[in-house]
Ligand binder design. Sequence first.
Ligand SMILES: NC(=O)C1=CN([C@@H]2O[C@H](COP(=O)(O)OP(=O)(O)OC[C@H]3O[C@@H](n4cnc5c(N)ncnc54)[C@H](O)[C@@H]3O)[C@@H](O)[C@H]2O)C=CC1
Ligand SMILES: O=C(CO)COP(=O)(O)O
Length: 338
Amino acid sequence: MSGQETSSGPGIGVVGAGAWGTALAQMLASDGRAVRLWAREAALVETINTQHCNPVYLPSAQLAPTITATSDLAAMAALPVLLWVTPAQFLGPVMAGIGQFAGDLVLCAKGIEAGTGRLMGEVAAQAAPLAQIAVLSGPTFAHEVAAGLPTAVTLACSGGQAQWDRLAPAIARPTFRPYFSADVTGAEIGGAVKNVLAIACGVVEGLGLGQNARAALISRGFAEMQRFGLALGAQAETLSGLSGLGDLVLTCSSVSSRNFSLGKALGEGQSAAQALSGRATVAEGAFTAPVLADLARRKEIAMPLVEAVVTLIEGRAPARDVVASLLARPLRAEGPRT
Ligand SMILES: NC(=O)C1=CN([C@@H]2O[C@H](COP(=O)(O)OP(=O)(O)OC[C@H]3O[C@@H](n4cnc5c(N)ncnc54)[C@H](O)[C@@H]3O)[C@@H](O)[C@H]2O)C=CC1
Ligand SMILES: O=C(CO)COP(=O)(O)O
């Protein structure tokens, strides 16, 4: 099955009605197709079905009437294609509810599971072992996708060309352009690591350190992403593509990013507890940073910027001191470490 609409209803579903899941549903429905959207909050299901909006997570969008919300996971498991958009730390527990799903499962969260160090594909392979995994990732602010602005993503298919042939027509729209990849690991790592680096870029902004510093951080952060990704088997072209460098540049450039805005608050002097409290939305980098740093240490991969973000999130030093110690590191060659 291809995810095309059938006479009995939608052929595609989105699990998770935060900003990104709602925006993806809106994009998929933009040509009049029916889309089923799972939300965990019963009140939100009601609001989406009756008022066609999501005031909690995506207030900017008037949603298509062909989007039908439900809180029934079993109803989602009956569809051939699911886009999975619950935040990274909740992916495993929620997916356990559809353990027998055997269709195409497109993972859209960006993070690493705390406690286990698993990438999203590994978590999904255990939670839904019959599913065929793909990863959708790239520079994609939800409000822009919902507004129909042009966007391109990496769609990494564990099932290679055959899975791409099913998924591309189900997901592509005139202003939403997936590019094929078979490198699932590379697409996962780019999205997870860039969130941590976006926090660091926000700190630079909050401290008023200037645009030279931000560009340096993006470049040196990309070097860390490459070192980590290549060590885990990612392909270099994936890391320098949409889901890696592309998303890093986007997220490090705008307070529209929750990760960047968290870092900005840290740079302005708030503690991590203050900056994180009262947020209804997720800044994935705060959860990914400690587990990423731990993985890197175990594999002896140098990731000083990621370590600096962990120091800040754990409240072990003020932002200015963390920056000073980064600048005091020994001078070295720019190229790859041997
Ligand atoms: N917002 C964006 O522009 C983009 C977000 N993403 C990724 O998509 C994923 C989801 O992010 P958003 O949709 O932005 O989330 P969000 O921050 O808008 O909303 C939070 C989501 O977490 C859910 N949630 C809260 N507690 C939960 C629990 N105990 N169990 C299950 N779900 C729970 C809420 O129902 C809601 O769907 C993240 O991994 C994010 O990095 C990826 C691309 C763009
Ligand atoms: O992943 C994103 C854009 O591609 C969204 O970034 P934030 O989660 O930092 O808002």
